[in-house]
Design a protein around this ligand. Structure first.
Ligand code: ADP
Ligand code: MG
Length: 663
């Protein structure tokens, strides 16, 4: 619906929604609370659209049945990945199919006083706006749902019926974590509040009463033009914000006891989920995308948490999910429509969208073939699969058609039963950067343990890495214990030789029985207890200097990296100067953790909680590895002010053998 829908078209639309897909809404089960509903997920694959199909372009994904699809496996062309959803709509499906199959059934719940939401997810250009809005010729979910709801409320609220019904609409966008009223753009960033009954509301948000579809269009069309849109290489009018249409159905009982009910429907065209580096976004665009992706990232977490029945759902971590708190999960009825495109250039974003939405995934041992496909020449291999995969996967992927053994120029015969080639095989030879991206996506998804599915990385590989880390840690602890014993024995021997020496310990020596905690109130005059590892460092490099300076004891507020949680800490009167070697070593360890640790591992760092850990993982996923620890300042929501104390605290923790290692 790009421009005003003519009256004739509206009649056709009305006919369309009242014909085959005639609204079968009814007020059933009013007052009865259904069990908590999970978020249903549908995937829609759009057809090739004019001008997007390249020469010899073949789809990289295809439907299997009404609930599942398969996509070529970038890791191994002998396999495909099969994904299962609540519904799958192929390239031939119509707007009516999607509406009648996945949206219309949830609308009736609005008249039961329950909430519902429909979210279109996917990369820019994959068909979100087409699905939600459509065109005058092919109206999408929004006009169809509005038509149905208005018709239903007219019928149900007619004179003589027990309830009087009214419908209002609001239209807002979330842009860079700001809530903007599209019906009143001058109102600025609006706040989201929760009332005592857990209802989410936005004070000051414009609400327009609507009684007809013409009313709706009168408000909606000009407001759509207020949307913040920017041009990216992928799509000239790519949307960089989440567009949220809110339709409220209010019901008042005409007779005693004059009950009231309210049902909210959110119809959301989410911002594109594509990768920044591929769209050539820079500067402000990159910042926008970062903010957008934080919201999408949290949305993924929320959907995961709801569908896995986790006790904590991180609604508050983004504006989008906070707004949807009472309409996603609980008694609300929600459907996420993941839009994907068939073109190979979308492959990476398609995999990422499917992983975001997948309920289950399995690896099928068969090549993704297209019998009519004639691959002329296999492109030269830039990075061998073996280099990219872990040893176990490399072994699994190894087969008679292994790339390294083939001459790059070797012409490939047309696909035959014995020599089937994936149209995606080129991916593994095309762009090492893309493969790196896939691997990092893989790691990210693995660290999230999204939906409990193995995702791209096999659980076995994750397990092996963890086990290896644990093993290394155990060895390190053993080694330290031995050294500790040696030192103790040395000191005891020294004491036995000269009992007077007892009074004059060098600050670098630990008294054998002084492993008890030193009380800050009565610090010993000379003896200083240092973390065990510091002693090892010193013993190993006698030139390394670690000074202990005495300071006046005082209490002060420590601003943590999470500015919202300032900590109060009593300083113990000692300040440790860290040797440059230890500092460099510690920085490297922290950097490794920032680049390789899962969200859980990151929480072992001091002052990094769950939220910060997620932000770090999200940032890393967006921007690639951190090149130095100070890059942390660039992570949205982390204040750089306390970087020095953050470093110190963590390096000390590391030296003391606490934290800073995968848990
Ligand atoms: P997005 O909103 O995800 O960026 P669009 O909805 O703008 O993507 O779709 C990109 C292009 O593809 C548009 O020209 C749109 O008309 C077309 N398109 C998307 N989905 C379909 C579909 N199912 N059938 C036909 N054309 C489609
Ligand atoms: Mg769009």
């Amino acid at each position: 619906m790009d421009a005003g829908v003519p009256a004739r078209r509206r009649r056709e639309m009305a006919a369309a929604v009242s014909g085959a897909g005639r609204c079968r809404l009814s007020k059933v089960g009013a007052g009865r609370r259904p069990p908590p509903a999970r978020v249903r997920v549908a995937v829609r694959l759009r057809p090739f659209v004019d001008g997007t199909a390249g020469e010899n372009d073949t789809p990289c994904v295809r439907g299997l049945d009404s609930c599942s699809l398969e996509i070529a496996n970038w890791r191994n062309h002998q396999e495909t990945l099969k994904y299962q959803f609540d519904a799958f709509y192929g390239e031939r499906s119509s707007q009516q199919d999607i509406y009648a199959g996945s949206v219309q059934p949830i609308l009736r719940h609005l008249l039961e006083g329950q909430n519902a939401s429909v979210l279109a997810y996917g990369p820019t250009g994959a068909g979100k706006t087409h699905t939600m809005l459509g065109s005058p010729e092919q109206p999408g979910v929004i006009p169809r749902a509005l038509m149905d709801l208005l018709q239903l409320t007219r019928e149900e609220g007619a004179e003589g019926r027990p309830w009087a019904l009214s419908v209002t609409m609001s239209y807002l966008e979330i842009y860079q974590e700001k809530v903007l009223d599209l019906l009143e753009p001058s109102s600025g960033d609006l706040v989201i509040r929760e009332d005592c009954r857990g209802n989410i509301l936005i004070p000051g948000l414009t609400q327009k009463p609507i009684t007809s579809f013409a009313d709706f269009e009168r408000h909606f069309l000009p407001a759509s033009r207020n949307r913040t849109v920017g041009a990216t290489r992928l799509n000239q009018r790519s949307s960089r914000s989440h567009a949220v249409l809110l339709v409220k159905v209010d019901q008042r009982e005409r007779l005693a006891p004059f009950r009231q009910r309210e049902g909210k429907l959110y119809l959301i065209d989410l911002a594109g989920s594509e990768d920044n580096r591929r769209t050539g976004n820079k500067g402000l665009r990159l910042k926008e995308s970062g903010a957008i992706n934080t919201s999408l990232f949290v949305l993924g977490k929320v959907v995961d948490a709801l569908n896995q029945g986790l006790p904590r759902v991180p609604y508050r971590d983004s504006k989008l999910t906070r707004l949807l708190q009472d309409s996603l999960g609980g008694s609300a009825h929600s459907i996420l429509i993941a839009n994907i495109a068939p073109e190979r250039r979308f492959y990476l974003d398609t995999v990422s969208a499917l992983n975001f939405a997948a309920r289950s995934k399995e690896v099928i041992n068969r090549p993704f073939t297209n019998e009519s496909l004639q691959l002329p020449v296999l492109a030269p291999v830039k990075l061998s699969q073996k280099e990219l995969l872990g040893p176990s996967e490399a072994k699994r992927a190894r087969g008679p058609e292994e790339e390294e053994t083939r001459s790059p120029e070797l012409p490939v015969a047309p696909a035959s039963a014995s020599q089937k080639l994936s149209p995606l095989q080129k991916l593994s030879s095309m762009d090492p950067a893309m493969l790196e991206r896939l691997l990092s996506l893989d790691r990210l998804l693995g660290s999230q343990g999204s939906q409990g599915t193995p995702l791209l990385s096999t659980p076995k590989r994750e397990r092996m890495v963890l086990m290896k880390t644990v093993e290394e840690k155990d060895l390190e602890i053993e080694r330290l214990k031995m050294k500790q014993k040696e030192l103790e024995a040395k000191v005891l021997a020294q004491e036995a030789a000269d009992p007077k020496e007892k009074e004059n310990y060098s600050p670098t020596m630990l008294r054998p029985l002084a492993r008890r905690t030193v009380t800050v109130a009565k610090p010993l005059k000379k003896a200083v207890v240092m973390p065990l590892q510091l002693i090892q460092e010193q013993a190993a490099s006698p030139n390394a200097e670690i000074h202990i300076l005495k300071k006046k004891s005082r209490k002060r507020k420590l601003e943590s990296l999470d500015a919202s949680q300032p900590e109060e800490k009593a300083e113990d009167g000692w300040e440790l100067q860290i040797s440059p070697e230890l500092l460099a070593h510690g920085r490297q360890k922290i950097l490794d953790l920032l680049n390789e640790g899962s969200a859980r591992d990151l929480r072992s760092l001091q002052r990094i909680g769950q939220k910060k850990a997620q932000l770090i993982v999200g940032w890393r996923e967006l921007h690639g590895p951190f090149s130095q620890v100070e890059d942390l300042e660039r992570v949205e929501g982390i204040s750089g002010k306390q970087m020095e104390s953050f470093l110190k605290a963590n390096i000390l923790g590391l030296a003391a053998g606490q934290g800073c290692g995968p848990s």
